[in-house]
Write a protein that binds this ligand. Structure first.
Ligand SMILES: C[S@@+](CC[C@H](N)C(=O)[O-])C[C@H]1O[C@@H](n2cnc3c(N)ncnc32)[C@H](O)[C@@H]1O
Length: 281
């Protein structure tokens, strides 16, 4: 098993996740992890790491799924959480002390030499590759013969009202940014399952299964949800630059959108993901 090499300096994704994107993720880490916890559980069930296995967690972020996998593989196994962002990895290391079977490594999963893993997993860490076929080819080369890939990624924005409804509300006030072309690197890059299947096949994967999964996510209290939806995602940059009056108007629009979703003082919103598994062909 080889561990990730340092990330190529100057790549766009490295810059984004080490700067604005990374800062936003780190500043909101507790809130986001709480919201995404059910999907960490879902990933571990899907991937089913076994005692003694070697696991690569791609785009491991704050390290929660790496730590969960380390628990599953036990002391005879080994998990590497890899991420392109130094600022995010610092948080992962602080939250989950690297132990005998868990380590974190800075690296670009699309490009670094990798080999000897039984299992490659990811929760929302594989949708940002500028060249997804080349990146998944690299992840395929990380796997031992008979190894497996298991990840979870978002379906379309429209199938994710937790984000779509809030974006729609915020952009009744804020200037709407240019839409990104379908399939561009970003959270919804793999919305189209046909395209995703083609990418994985072209990268040398077979036994590809892409299963639709719906899950209600809990965004915390109304204040938690308002903070998250104005500090992360598409409205964040516009909100930060907006006048005080426009910020108040955005918050009012978001509150009106989220109010009907309150259950016992917590905001609950639907989400839509793909549960993806494959093996080297
Ligand atoms: C949406 S976050 C998800 C983080 C974590 N997996 C989770 O579920 O909380 C995406 C993560 O992927 C990382 N990432 C993006 N492109 C990457 C690449 N090419 N190689 C490694 N990590 C990458 C980012 O730095 C970020 O931490």
């Amino acid at each position: 098993m080889t561990t990730p090499a340092p990330v190529t300096p100057g790549s766009d994704q490295a810059a984004y996740w080490n700067e604005e994107g990374g800062r936003r993720w780190v500043d909101n880490i507790e809130r986001v992890e709480r919201m995404l916890q059910p999907l960490a559980d879902r990933l571990i069930t899907l991937a089913a790491p076994k005692k003694g296995e070697t696991v690569l967690d791609v785009g491991c972020g704050g390290g929660l799924t790496s730590a969960a996998a380390a628990g599953a593989v036990g002391p005879t196994g080994r998990v590497t959480g890899c991420d392109v962002s130094a600022v995010i990895l610092d948080v992962a290391r602080a939250r989950f002390k690297p132990t005998g079977n868990l380590s974190f490594a800075l690296g670009d999963a699309a490009a670094m030499p990798l080999s000897g893993y039984d299992l490659v997993v990811s929760r929302f860490g594989v949708m940002f590759f500028p060249d997804p076929v080349a990146a998944f080819r690299n992840l395929r080369s990380a796997l031992k013969p008979g190894g497996r890939l298991a990840f979870i990624c978002w379906r379309s924005l429209d199938e994710n009202p937790w984000m779509a409804d809030c974006v729609r509300a915020a952009f009744t006030v804020l200037p709407r940014p240019e839409p990104t072309p379908p399939g561009a690197p970003g959270p919804f890059a793999f919305a189209d399952a046909q395209r995703l299947r083609g990418i994985l096949a072209d990268a040398g994967f077979g036994a590809i299964e892409i299963v639709s999964h719906d899950e209600t996510l809990e965004l915390g209290t109304m204040d938690d949800a308002l903070e998250q939806m104005t500090r992360m995602g598409p409205p964040a940059a516009g909100f930060a630059a907006a006048s005080a009056a426009d910020r108040d108007a955005v918050l009012a629009a978001l509150r009106a959108t989220l109010e009907p979703r309150l259950v016992d003082g917590r905001v609950h919103m639907p989400s839509g993901t793909w549960l993806v598994t494959a093996r080297p062909a």
